[in-house]
Design a protein around this ligand. Structure first.
Ligand code: NAD
Length: 336
């Protein structure tokens, strides 16, 4: 039997612990795992692209535990009334190869992405940051906002989305949660007076959600929507005047904003900043970009954090996923 956390259980867990607390726990797990970077077997995710989207497997492993996530990204799903991103993840015992934990990861991915964004911002944004602009208020947006509140104390949000209904939804969901939300008419209006800009849009093209003239000194950009080959959000000239931080360089060169740059451009893997080997922000005027694409270790960390919280509790159910005959050589006997 393997323990399984369903969508229903994940929702119950979030209701019980609060999205802020859960995000903090997952951010801690990510930070701890990124600090032991060399313990992990790493590879860029395995992506199968189609005309309308991508289906990906994201594996990683340390000496004891193997993990992977199945996830898709289909921006046009919205027009079919479907989610852009859905996923599930598995942990397995390296010694035997037996999986022991499985969880829904559509909601968990949003929490881990937000945890990673806010964790990076803690090291990269100005300490005095108070206002965040959010461009794109789709599925990830509320989780991002809660993470920045929980980890950085940011409650002043300036939002813009092409779709009015997405902003209506965001305002509705965030009502009474301790945020001050300013709804803006366009992106330039939203980024005015912002200390941090989160770009969280979904379009399978090289978009220019932010152009150079919108980015002032001292800004931290949390760019999460550009995460596929040919799918970016920032004008190249922004990257040229910024210090750029990434999760796993080998993967980000394929999928991130930096696919627009020459391979010899200087970038820093964020684990080095967490570990104290590299500097994060060094001056008030510096422009920093966290070029987030989502990396397997974040999913591994999120899964192990949720496993630790839910193991042998009512939040899990047993899945009869492994065929385990009493005589290990008699698999056929099970069918008789
Ligand atoms: P979503 O489709 O729910 O929301 C995207 C929103 O962006 C929509 O409301 C859309 O109207 C808006 N938008 C599109 N173009 C815009 C523009 N030019 N200006 C303003 N708004 C615009 O998608 P989501 O689940 O919120 O995901 C957002 C993006 O984040 C996707 O590209 C997804 O692939 C990416 N993502 C990244 C990570 C990561 O780890 N980096 C994790 C999850 C999702």
């Amino acid at each position: 039997m393997i323990q399984f956390v369903s969508v229903d259980s994940m929702i119950s867990l979030i209701k019980k612990r609060g999205v802020g607390d859960l995000t903090i726990q997952i951010a801690r797990a990510i930070e701890d795992d990124f600090k032991r970077w060399d313990d992990f077997d790493k590879q860029p995710r395995i992506a199968t692209h189609s005309a309308l989207g991508v289906i990906e497997l994201m594996p990683t492993s340390d000496a004891e535990t193997y993990g992977f996530k199945y996830v898709n990204g289909h921006p046009s799903n919205f027009s079919l009334g479907k989610q852009t991103v859905t996923g599930f993840g598995v942990l397995a015992d390296v010694e035997t190869g037996y999986p022991f934990f499985m969880a829904e990861m559509t909601i968990l991915t949003a929490i881990r992405t937000a945890a990673m964004s806010a964790l990076a911002a803690k090291y990269l944004a100005r300490d005095s940051s108070k206002v965040m602009a959010m461009i794109g208020t789709g599925c990830q947006a509320e989780f991002q906002a809660h993470a920045f509140k929980a980890l950085m104390g940011i409650t002043d949000l300036r939002i813009y989305d092409l779709d009015d209904a997405a902003m209506d939804k965001f305002e509705r969901n965030m009502e009474g949660q301790g945020f001050t939300i300013t709804r803006c008419a366009d992106t330039p209006g939203a980024v005015k007076r912002a200390d941090i800009i989160t770009t969280c849009t979904a379009d399978k093209k090289n978009a220019k959600i932010l152009t150079e003239n919108m980015v002032g000194q001292g800004i931290h950009i949390n760019a999460i929507g550009g995460d596929c080959p040919g799918k970016t959000e920032l004008e190249k000239s922004i990257l040229l005047k910024s210090d750029i931080f990434v999760e796993y360089a080998e993967q980000t060169w394929i999928e991130g904003e930096i696919q627009q740059l020459n391979k010899d451009h200087s970038i820093t893997e964020i684990w080095r900043v967490f570990d104290g080997q590299s500097d994060g922000r060094q001056s008030e005027g510096q422009i920093t970009v966290f070029d987030s694409v989502g990396f397997a270790i974040e999913d591994f960390s999120a899964l192990r954090a949720i496993y630790a919280m839910t193991k042998d509790t009512d939040f899990t159910e047993n899945l009869d996923l492994l065929a385990l005959p009493d005589d290990p050589k008699d698999l056929f006997g099970l069918t008789r």
